[in-house]
Design a protein around this ligand. Structure first.
Ligand code: SF4
Length: 435
């Protein structure tokens, strides 16, 4: 497998969901996920620097990781696969003690995440029991469900954060601080912290921090500020278990989202700030890009679950978002984004075959889509952008505005430099001379 199914060719069934407010979501019957959750290892192991990620999987999983993450065997990355061979299929309890001992000797991790995969999940391996059995007081082994069977691939980060919750100290009542929810690289984290402090917002930290023993304290007066749009489950867990409060705002992408995010967060702490000038200045910085995006028809297929905030930025930038689809849409967690997308066709679990027909009919100027579907679309003459790139680039807050805008315009610019062609195969990244 490697990537979750694009979807079966079910007959199209769709229905509308009316959520409070004026906006509605079209719910179809197809894509529930688009890629394998094991992909989260690629960014999570880099973020939590004293961790090791162990996957109990098959050769298929190994092949996927090797290709998707560009695994370098000689670099001794802090992740690995315990391979299930045919002979193991009869066993319910794989033995991992030797592998764990080897990992500890080679990498000296503070925590080991044990990730499930499709085959052992189908075999009903008791991962929780296994992780408990392998844990020691100095190095806990934490179970993370990450197969391509259940969740969208970005939600595997949610599962990692779930596993970390019990290692966040309890913050006492009365200690009001913000904890940013979501994995971002260290310089983006420094940036967000500095911005919050400049606005007078006390910072409790990030979940996750870059070291296992530095996870933030969370308690009844913690304000959780989600900075990635696919972490609704861990936010709910922290609300239930710690009494924390989640900020429901726009996500800090683009000048519009960033202004609203910081103004709303400041309000949680009784601070009134007006960042309209700053927003205006940020739009000014990307004027060339927004001129190029204006009135362009953009189609977003379901992939990363970042689609709603990205579409909202595009809409604010003057683009014509002809469809924004996502694997799952949590109406509460994404409520502000949905409201800002009023008038845009928003689809949950889109039927990919219907999307193909619509793409052919609408002929969008730009398609933001997954690794699986990008090249076939490009082969049919469409300009495409890999949605995965938005996860890997620093696009948060004020400092990320230019990167965000450039990600959208770069394929348009590249196409405009190519000589005119008709239905010629053009694959993004294959023609560097066209840059
Ligand atoms: S966990 Fe499942 S979807 Fe992911 S690589 Fe392994 S077999 Fe494929």
């Amino acid at each position: 497998m490697g990537s979750g199914a694009v979807g079966n060719d079910f007959r199209r069934k769709n229905f509308m969901i009316q959520v409070p407010g004026e906006f509605s979501i079209i719910k179809e019957d197809n894509v529930t996920h688009s890629f394998c959750g094991l992909a989260c290892v690629g960014w999570m192991y880099q973020k939590i620097k004293d961790s090791f990620f162990l996957i109990l999987g098959t050769h298929t999983c190994a092949h996927f990781l090797q290709n998707a993450l560009g695994m370098m065997i000689f670099a001794k990355p802090r992740f690995g696969i315990a391979l299930i061979e045919e002979g193991d299929l009869a066993k319910q309890e794989p033995t991992l003690e030797e592998i764990i001992a080897e990992i500890k000797a080679d990498h000296n991790p503070s925590v080991i995440f044990l990730l499930s995969s499709c085959t052992p999940e189908v075999m009903k391996v008791d991962f929780k029991g296994l992780a408990h059995h392998l844990s020691t007081p100095d190095v806990p082994v934490l179970f993370v469900p990450a197969s391509g069977l259940v969740y969208n691939f970005t939600q595997a980060e949610d599962s990692v954060l779930h596993a970390l919750v019990s290692f966040c100290p309890e913050a006492p009542a009365g200690e009001k601080k913000v904890v940013f929810l979501g994995s971002v690289n260290d310089s983006t984290a420094d940036d967000l912290r500095a911005e919050a402090e400049a606005l007078g917002i006390p910072v409790g930290g990030f979940l996750p921090e870059s070291r296992f023993d530095k996870m933030p304290a969370i308690g009844p007066d913690t304000v959780l500020a989600p900075i990635q749009p696919y972490l609704s489950r861990v936010a709910v867990k922290l609300e239930r278990e710690r009494g924390a409060h989640t900020l429901h705002s726009l996500f800090p992408f683009g000048p519009d989202g960033t202004r609203v995010f910081w103004e709303d967060l400041a309000k949680e702490f009784g601070i009134t700030v007006d960042l309209r000038d700053r927003e205006q200045a940020a739009w000014e910085k990307i004027r060339k890009q927004t001129e190029l995006l204006r009135d362009k028809k953009v189609f977003l297929t379901a992939d990363t679950m970042m689609e709603l905030p990205l579409a909202r930025f595009l809409k604010s930038a003057g683009a014509d978002v002809v469809e924004c689809s996502s694997a799952y849409i949590n109406k509460k967690f994404l409520g502000r984004e949905l409201a800002a997308l009023e008038g845009v066709r928003v689809v949950e679990q889109p039927n990919f075959h219907r999307q193909l027909e619509d793409v052919e009919r609408i002929r969008p100027d730009l398609i933001v889509t997954s690794l699986m579907t990008a090249n076939p679309f490009a082969g049919h003459g469409f300009v495409v952008k890999w949605s995965m790139e938005f996860m890997l680039m620093p696009i948060h807050s004020w400092s990320g505005v230019i990167s965000l805008a450039n990600l959208f315009v770069s394929p348009l610019q590249r196409r405009s430099k190519l000589p005119a062609f008709d239905k010629e195969v053009w694959l993004e990244g294959v023609m560097p001379s066209a840059e």
